[in-house]
Design a binder for this molecule. Structure first.
Ligand SMILES: [Fe+2]
Length: 454
């Protein structure tokens, strides 16, 4: 009997565990390692997919990227200052990118020494062919007041509605000077999804700088995940800022400094980013510090992203980061800190947001102040001297969903928070599929949360 028991324990149990593990890996193989196929494509023979973004760490600089044909040709940006009709030609660098099912040349022109507070017209030119004319505005450097718009994951379905929402958001908030995205702007790294991304940002990303971080959907899956060069060529500020093949970037803009991280990477890369971030935070003289990364450091789905939290959260608190803008978990959530006397809400503020048609089943962690699970959202951030107002809106009807005011008087100080959003009702509409256990459990969690919330 005893020999039999030892045999079971020594051989059968490990074998059973191994078989269960194998079944699990086989079932999850496509999710973990598979990529949807890329449809064969041919790049247009005239400049296409024009995108305006920031250039380097200086707020006055801009980059313009575009795609054209599959052979490198002489290319430039034609730039006209509308103040004095000065016309300039800024040469562009072209690079051939071969993806899984096609080949295209990506160009980047670095616009430097732009005039402050000036409206410009520009177009991308390759060989003898030009894009449409676009316009953008520069602003006086180092202002203590400015606004921008933030969206979490967009990942729109093909022929989706994101472009409509973005245009409406900007029409309602015309003071926004640039757009920040929390990663996963593109559903998957395949040309057909990039086409959708450019439909999403059409007329937006040509008129104001678009900044994004990398999301997991921006990576090609495999045993080793890989970021395509195409991503860096489009969001071309990374070309000059990446550190040890990490897509990191910092930008001083007015009285704020932005720090963009790549939270998708493995631990050694995250540690390199940590060293970079610490140095940048130590050197920063900005009153407002804003960090953008894809994975929420305090997950809405349980025990996720603990490595990222372990690597970055200490620095966020030590160096007084005010705002952490995140995405990935396809819900809205906002978490504030509480002071040592457990009385006042203080910085850092962590927010998660998304503007995608997909909503995820989250957990309602008690540390968060507010959740949204039934809509798509965008946020406005308005910096005015010693105050910063963060507001979240639903894209349907553009209703105000959440808002808070941060007040701080100096760069090193902790920001005090006035919660303007606590009286705005949470909208937690959810219709479960009665045949799906996970849906039913989520519906139960929502009810439990609503009961316990004061
Ligand atoms: Fe994601």
């Amino acid at each position: 009997m005893r020999r039999h028991f030892t045999f079971v324990l020594k051989y059968l149990v490990p074998l059973l565990v191994l078989v269960v593990l194998m079944i699990w890996v086989i079932k999850r193989w496509k999710v973990w390692f598979g990529n949807p196929p890329e449809e064969p494509y041919t790049a247009l023979s005239c400049p296409d997919r024009v995108l305006l973004t920031f250039g380097d760490e200086k707020e006055e600089n801009r980059n313009v990227s575009w795609q054209c044909d599959s052979v490198v040709k002489p290319s430039y940006v034609e730039l006209v200052s509308l103040t004095d009709s000065d016309t300039m030609r800024v040469e562009a660098q072209g690079e051939v990118f071969q993806s899984r099912c096609g080949r295209a040349v990506y160009y980047v022109a670095r616009l430097r020494n732009l005039k402050s507070d000036c409206r410009y017209a520009y177009r991308a030119v390759t060989d003898t062919l030009a894009s449409s004319w676009y316009h953008f505005q520069t602003y006086p450097v180092g202002r203590s007041s400015f606004s921008f718009l933030y969206v979490g994951d967009v990942q729109d379905t093909l022929y989706g509605q994101a472009n409509r929402f973005l245009r409406e958001a900007l029409a309602r908030h015309p003071q926004s000077e640039f757009l920040v995205c929390g990663g996963d702007l593109t559903e998957r790294p395949a040309d057909q999804y990039w086409t959708e991304t450019f439909r999403d940002v059409d007329s937006v990303a040509q008129a104001m700088p678009l900044l994004t971080v990398t999301g997991n959907h921006d990576y090609l899956k495999g045993l080793v995940r890989r970021l395509e060069r195409r991503f860096t060529l489009v969001f071309s500020y990374f070309l000059d800022s990446e550190v040890g093949r990490n897509q990191v970037y910092s930008l001083r803009y007015g009285s704020a400094e932005f720090f963009l991280l790549d939270s998708n990477r493995e631990l050694p890369y995250l540690l390199t980013q940590r060293r970079w971030l610490e140095k940048r935070l130590q050197e920063s003289q900005a009153r407002w510090k804003i960090l953008v990364l894809h994975h929420p450091l305090y997950s809405l789905k349980g025990w996720n992203n603990l490595v990222q939290r372990w690597v970055f959260d200490g620095l966020i608190r030590k160096y007084g980061v005010d705002l952490v803008l995140q995405g990935h978990e396809h819900a809205y959530a906002r978490m504030t800190n509480i002071d040592k006397k457990l009385i006042c809400k203080t910085t850092p503020v962590y927010t998660v947001s998304h503007c995608s048609p997909k909503n995820y089943r989250i957990r309602f962690d008690k540390r968060f102040d507010k959740f949204g699970i039934s809509s798509r959202y965008y946020q406005t951030v308005e910096v005015k001297e010693d105050s910063l107002v963060l507001a979240a809106y639903e894209v349907y009807g553009h209703q105000l969903y959440d808002s808070l005011l941060i007040v701080k008087h100096g760069a090193g100080e902790e920001g005090h928070i006035i919660d303007l959003g606590q009286d705005i009702p949470e909208y937690l509409e959810y219709v479960p599929n009665p045949h799906k256990k996970k849906d039913l459990k989520f519906a139960k969690r929502i009810k439990e949360y609503q009961k316990r919330k004061p």
